[in-house]
Write a protein that binds this ligand. Structure first.
Ligand code: SAM
Length: 288
């Protein structure tokens, strides 16, 4: 049993609480217990979260907290923490702070010296990433791209060149445009998995490459929620060694006692160049 069980919520603490991204069964027992006992709940949308909170018999005071009232709300929420009230923040779905309100509040609460605790829950980015089958050891989260203009192009170019797997959020109305922009920069054969309606009844993964995903969404108008997982850029082909570098490799072998023929063979194996060409290079050097 966790040492924290039975002790939460702690006075004057900010809790970032993960809520489901579709499947209501994904609300953790800890999140349920915390939301039903915390003093104040800051919700991205009080009406949207109302049903969930009522089903938990959550009696805490509900306050709206979203991108349009962040500036006025932040000092009020910090004041509540300073009065030793326990405060939970939830977004419409998923983990607050990931493309959702929460990031600025967590930073402000930390700066003011209040404890900040995450009660983890589903996040579309990591859910899509791990089910994509694409490398997840190192990845980049890009969230929503700027809607248009130079900022969008700059981000797209850097994503196209990124060697790690990238994860992006996109709305249904702009999904096809995003896929076509990625195709222009990455080529149609770049690996991709487009996760649709994760954790919901009609969950789908569309891939395995950009061209196939475009074909699919041209035939099936994008509807629902999407998270795009793009495979990393393949490594750039290594530059061919210069003549000087080849001669150094050959001479190192001659100095170590190899014959010219063996030196050419070994360096050919190392560089993928032809043995004849390397032997010729040595010969030409010898006659210069
Ligand atoms: N904080 C949330 C999280 O932790 O996943 C993300 C919030 S962001 C405002 C909403 C975006 O997340 C959607 O537009 C979509 O790109 C992605 N998303 C959310 N739920 C999803 C789902 N069930 N399936 C696929 N993508 C989803």
């Amino acid at each position: 049993m966790s040492p924290k069980q039975g002790q939460e919520p702690v006075a004057g603490t900010l809790y970032l609480v993960g809520t489901p991204i579709g499947h209501l069964g994904d609300l953790s027992p800890r999140a349920k217990a915390l939301l039903s006992t915390v003093d104040v709940i800051a919700c991205e949308d009080t009406r949207h979260s109302g049903q969930l909170l009522s089903s938990l018999n959550a009696h805490g005071k509900r306050l709206s907290f979203h991108q349009h009232n962040t500036r006025t709300r932040l000092p009020q929420l910090l004041a509540l923490l300073a009065e030793d009230q326990s405060l939970a923040v939830i977004s419409d779905a998923g983990l607050p702070g990931i493309s959702d309100p929460g990031e600025e509040l967590a930073a402000a609460a930390r700066s003011a010296g209040h404890p900040v605790i995450c009660v983890p829950g589903p996040c579309a980015a990591t859910t899509a990433l791990v089910s994509s089958g694409l490398p997840s050891g190192r990845f980049c989260f890009e969230g929503f791209l700027p809607a248009k203009g130079r900022d969008r192009n700059t981000r797209l170019k850097s994503i196209a060149q990124e060697a790690r797997t990238s994860v992006l959020y996109e709305g249904p109305h702009r999904l096809l445009q995003l896929l076509e922009e990625l195709e222009a920069l990455c080529g149609g054969d770049r690996a991709i998995q487009v996760a649709r309606e994760l954790t919901k009844r009609h969950e789908q993964q569309i891939g395995p490459d950009i061209a196939t995903a475009i074909q699919h969404f041209k035939a099936h108008r994008p509807q629902g929620e999407f998270t795009v997982v793009l495979g990393g850029a393949p490594p750039a082909p290594s530059e061919a060694p210069s003549q000087q570098e080849l001669l150094s490799l050959l001479k190192a072998r001659l100095n170590a006692g190899s014959s010219a023929r063996d030196a050419a063979r070994d360096v050919a194996q190392e560089t993928g160049l032809s043995k004849r060409e390397l032997y010729g290079l040595l010969h030409q050097q010898g006659s210069d």
